[in-house]
Design a binder for this molecule. Structure first.
Ligand code: KG4
Ligand code: ZN
Length: 343
């Protein structure tokens, strides 16, 4: 840790996120986000998933323009920055390397510290880049393309993971089911849109797992067998029932998530529930979580959609906590594709 630096009260932080397929830069000052620029890589819909080398090259191409745009939007000169924050993991190595190398070089040129940020911690702390912030401790359902966790969040860097997926993440469940329906990658937002026009009339096998953990591989298999059976009878079954299939898949995933959330709220007695990660953008999840929170007398916290899916604004929010504590990265900071959360 470089603890000999003099900390300013209201740091101006440039934050970078490049862990997967979005290149993003945000500027934070006076305790709030000045801008949050996201460049999404749209070419992956054709390959049905992310090709890591393609993602890495695309980050390399856009990272400088994205940072320039962020500085312009925030009307901040590089010399005004007090730190550069960056996601150092978990994520795709080739994608993380671009952000980390950029952040270290940029910070070295300005002689300011680097703050390393854990991607999943940032999803949780995205709530502190919004107007309505939860107070510690709170329960957080963190649902993304790679993770599904139930966390008791005691402080900015203090978590207890009380539930996790034992196989696929909720985002993967959306994306893999959507692929079976022939939807482009990532299928989550498409299922969300289609579900609005359909009704959840098809039943798939229910998650059957103890405690607060989650499991989605059974659901995927159940959808696959169901579709194979129906398509044998009617080759147009998927097209003719697309909206109802989407609504049924969404219903199954949302129901399984909220079943565990309800159990966790009841057992912990926590009175605040936060939803975080890309899947928390799902309108069905938001609606049902709102109903659950009202029924249990719990306060629900969601972020604007842009702060729910991958973005650098959440990295900036997490970095603002780290800056206060003088938690700066060493010069030899290297990305880590796999990274557990600090507890
Ligand atoms: O947090 P995120 O942007 O990236 C990761 O850290 O993985 O999450 C991406 C995941 C994808 O699986 C995507 O399909 C899902 O979030 N997602 C959604 C919605 N928007 C994004 N899933 C369901 N409904 C949505 N509206
Ligand atoms: Zn994410």
């Amino acid at each position: 840790m470089q603890k000999d630096r003099i900390l300013v009260v209201d740091p101006c932080i440039l934050a970078i996120e490049s862990s997967c397929d979005d290149t993003s830069a945000a500027i934070w000052r006076n305790g709030k986000l000045l801008c949050n620029v996201v460049a999404s890589q749209l070419m992956h819909d054709k390959t049905g998933g992310i090709v890591p080398e393609v993602a890495s090259r695309a980050h390399q191409q856009v990272i400088i323009p994205v940072v320039k745009r962020a500085l312009e939007q925030a009307e901040i000169r590089p010399q005004e920055l007090d730190a550069v924050a960056v996601t150092h993991g978990p994520g795709l190595m080739g994608s993380l390397v671009v952000g980390v190398a950029f952040a270290k070089t940029y910070a070295a040129g300005l002689d300011i510290p680097v703050i390393k940020v854990h991607h999943m911690e940032a999803h949780v702390l995205a709530h502190f880049a919004t107007e309505k912030k939860p107070q510690f401790p709170f329960l957080c359902l963190t649902v993304s393309g790679g993770h599904t966790q139930l966390l008791v969040v005691r402080g900015p860097f203090s978590y207890e993971e009380i539930g996790r997926t034992i196989d696929d993440a909720a985002g993967e469940a959306f994306d893999k089911s959507g692929k079976l329906l022939g939807l482009p990658y990532p299928a989550g937002p498409h299922i969300d849109q289609l579900a609005k026009e359909g009704s959840p009339k098809f039943e798939f096998s229910k998650q059957n797992i103890e405690g607060f953990d989650f499991s989605y591989s059974g659901l995927k298999t159940s959808i696959l067998y169901f579709l194979q059976k129906e398509v044998r009878k009617n080759p147009d079954f998927i097209q003719e029932n697309l909206a109802d299939l989407a609504a049924s898949i969404q219903h199954a995933i949302v129901e399984s998530l909220l079943l565990k959330v309800e159990a966790a709220l009841t057992e912990t007695g926590l009175k605040q529930l936060a939803l975080a990660g890309g899947v928390s953008a799902n309108s069905g999840l938001r609606l049902e979580a709102d109903k659950l929170a009202k029924r249990l007398g719990v306060e629900l916290f969601t972020t604007p959609i842009k702060l729910a899916t991958d973005n650098a604004g959440m990295i900036a929010a997490a970095a603002s906590f780290a800056y206060r504590e003088g938690r700066f990265a060493q010069d030899d900071l290297a990305p880590a594709a796999r990274l557990t959360m600090r507890v």
